[in-house]
Design a protein around this ligand. Structure first.
Ligand SMILES: CC(C)(COP(=O)(O)OP(=O)(O)OC[C@H]1O[C@@H](n2cnc3c(N)ncnc32)[C@H](O)[C@@H]1OP(=O)(O)O)[C@@H](O)C(=O)NCCC(=O)NCCS
Length: 164
């Protein structure tokens, strides 16, 4: 399995896995399959310019994705978004590797932290993020009727040139 940054030339691959994610896990995201099926080709290209998107590849197939963006809630911070792993590849460390890639990208930009929002009923994602060093901040907001999303944050400490 290999993690790599998606370039604009990867827009069809990126579109394909995003639509698979929205179809397979409609409750995990603040968007919907219907909404994104309506995007034109340029919108998919623009998306790759606006966020740092990572793809997990295995044997030529795209098996996972996640992206990093500027965090609107924290000055200089980065936000981890759009995390999804193909069900056939789950529990083999793909999400952990994608998180590592986003964190490495954030560190390279001297970001103070990586944060994310996750549905409060998404037990597997909550467990994943906790295992990867994210902690609940106590912030929550309505995601959809009856379900809140909660914010988790992982501070990135930086010491003596070695960023850990
Ligand atoms: C959540 C998700 C991304 C996890 O992907 P994954 O590749 O299976 O995760 P990993 O294999 O890297 O798991 C790393 C650790 O997270 C925890 N974890 C992951 N999935 C878990 C689950 N279903 N139950 C309990 N713990 C889980 C475990 O501690 C795991 O380590 P272990 O397998 O050694 O015990 C995947 O289930 C998914 O795509 N779900 C649907 C979309 C989604 O919810 N996205 C998140 C939106 S915020």
């Amino acid at each position: 399995m290999e993690i790599r940054v998606a370039t604009v030339d990867d827009w069809e691959r990126s579109k394909d896995i995003r639509l698979r994610a929205l179809a397979e896990a409609p409750n995990a995201f603040c968007s919907s399959l219907d909404r994104e099926l309506a995007f034109d080709d340029q919108a998919w290209r623009d998306r790759l310019e606006q966020a740092r998107t990572f793809l997990a590849l295995s044997g030529g197939a795209t098996v996972g994705t996640a992206a990093g963006t500027a965090d609107p809630h924290e000055n200089g911070g980065r936000e981890l978004v759009a995390m999804w792993v193909d069900p056939a590849e789950r529990r083999s460390g793909v999400a952990r590797a994608l998180i590592d890639a986003v964190v490495e990208w954030a560190r390279a930009q001297n970001a103070p932290a990586v944060a994310l929002w996750v549905a409060e009923d998404n037990a597997s994602a909550l467990r994943l993020y906790e295992k990867c060093g994210f902690a609940l901040t106590g912030e929550r907001e309505v995601m959809r009727p009856g379900v809140d999303q909660v914010r988790m944050r992982r501070p990135l400490t930086q010491a003596a040139g070695v960023v850990r």
